[in-house]
Ligand binder design. Structure first.
Ligand SMILES: Cc1cc2nc3c(=O)[nH]c(=O)nc-3n(C[C@H](O)[C@H](O)[C@H](O)COP(=O)(O)O)c2cc1C
Length: 323
């Protein structure tokens, strides 16, 4: 049975943190399908959190049904990260994760995210300060390195373990690679051989069979899935079934329609205006990938400017599909 510190992760499958995506409604929808052992929040700026910025604070609340939940913080000042981690612990998060892998220019400019892979001394100080400050499990998520030839994931992994982190996640691409090329799963295998704390493998799981392959090729303890969960939210329950029984089922069109309608219902209850429209477009755009007529619907969505119109188009699409 997989665990991160005292938190059992069963099944050993994790929803990856995705800014703008893994908000509470999406996490609840993923939970409703089962098969996911841990959900993660979109990353939280330690600087914004410690200054009490409303937008950042607004991301923090979660439902008990989402647990276990990991909240990820980013930043470069150890004292701000410590304050943020304490806030997260006080809120009842099960795990605190630190981002040392974000390749976005804005984050790198603030010496945070993957920039910390270019300053392992600071990365060490951050992990050490956090370990002293909180009692909940602490994890670190990182990439292969900042840019070639500086591929230092093994060194950072050893620092994490030495400073008392409870697990690490590796997305084996460099920061300059962003999402191009292929994730190098051999690096996950090497990290697993190097460390005794749990290693979470991440990168390029497109279908359940990929996750099973990642477990067997790398020996990793847990698998984290990001982008594929948007086009196929069933990927966790399917992978859990594949691991357990060797087979899994595809959702029917009516199950898909019910899932999208339920998510849309939650979003319309909890959001309004531009934010609502934006989220509706993001999720319905992804959910309709691969469905007959999905491309036409997505083209229409780009021309829609109010939530009501979007809901009508979506209802018509699914009525037509399910019959
Ligand atoms: C839209 C989007 C937002 C992301 N935001 C974060 C984030 O906030 N923190 C983080 O550690 N990784 C973030 N990631 C990276 C994912 O957690 C994951 O490492 C990456 O997508 C590779 O996994 P995948 O191939 O399963 O998608 C993000 C990825 C995407 C696509």
């Amino acid at each position: 049975m997989a665990a991160i510190g005292s938190v059992t992760i069963d099944p050993p499958l994790i929803l990856a943190p995705m800014a703008g995506i893994t908000d509470s409604p999406f996490r609840r929808m993923i939970r409703s399908l089962g098969g996911c052992g841990l959900v993660t929040m979109e990353f939280i700026s330690s600087e914004a959190l410690t200054r009490g910025i409303g937008k950042e604070l607004g991301k923090l609340p979660f439902h008990q049904s989402e647990r276990p939940i990991s909240i990820q913080v980013y930043g470069s000042r150890p004292s701000a990260l410590v304050d943020a981690a304490k806030t997260i612990q006080d809120m009842g998060a099960d795990i605190c994760d630190v981002n040392m892998g974000c390749p976005a220019r804005k984050i790198l400019k603030g010496s945070a995210g993957a920039a910390l892979m270019g300053d392992l001394g600071l990365a060490r100080r951050i992990i050490r300060s956090l370990r002293k400050a909180i009692t909940i499990p602490l994890t670190v998520k990182f990439r292969s390195g900042l840019r070639p030839p500086q591929i230092n994931y093994l060194e950072l992994g050893r620092i994490c373990e030495g400073e008392g982190a409870d697990a690490v996640t590796l997305h084996p691409r460099t920061a300059v690679q962003q999402y191009s090329g292929q994730a190098d799963w051999d690096q996950i295998a090497r990290l697993k051989q190097e460390l005794s704390i749990p290693v979470i493998g991440n990168g390029d799981i497109a279908i359940p069979d990929d996750a099973v392959r990642m477990f067997s090729q790398t020996g990793c303890d847990m698998v984290m899935i990001g982008r594929a969960s948007l086009t196929n939210p069933w990927i966790f329950t399917q992978t859990a079934s594949l691991l357990e029984t060797g087979t899994y089922r595809e959702p029917s069109l009516s199950q898909r329609a019910a899932f999208v309608r339920r998510h849309v219902e939650i979003l319309t209850q909890e959001l309004a205006g531009k934010e609502l429209l934006h989220k509706l477009k993001v999720f319905t755009g992804k959910y309709t990938h691969g469905l007959p007529g999905g491309r036409d619907l997505r083209r229409r969505l780009t021309q829609i400017h109010n939530p009501q119109e979007l809901l009508s188009a979506l209802n018509a699409f699914f009525d037509n599909l399910v019959g």
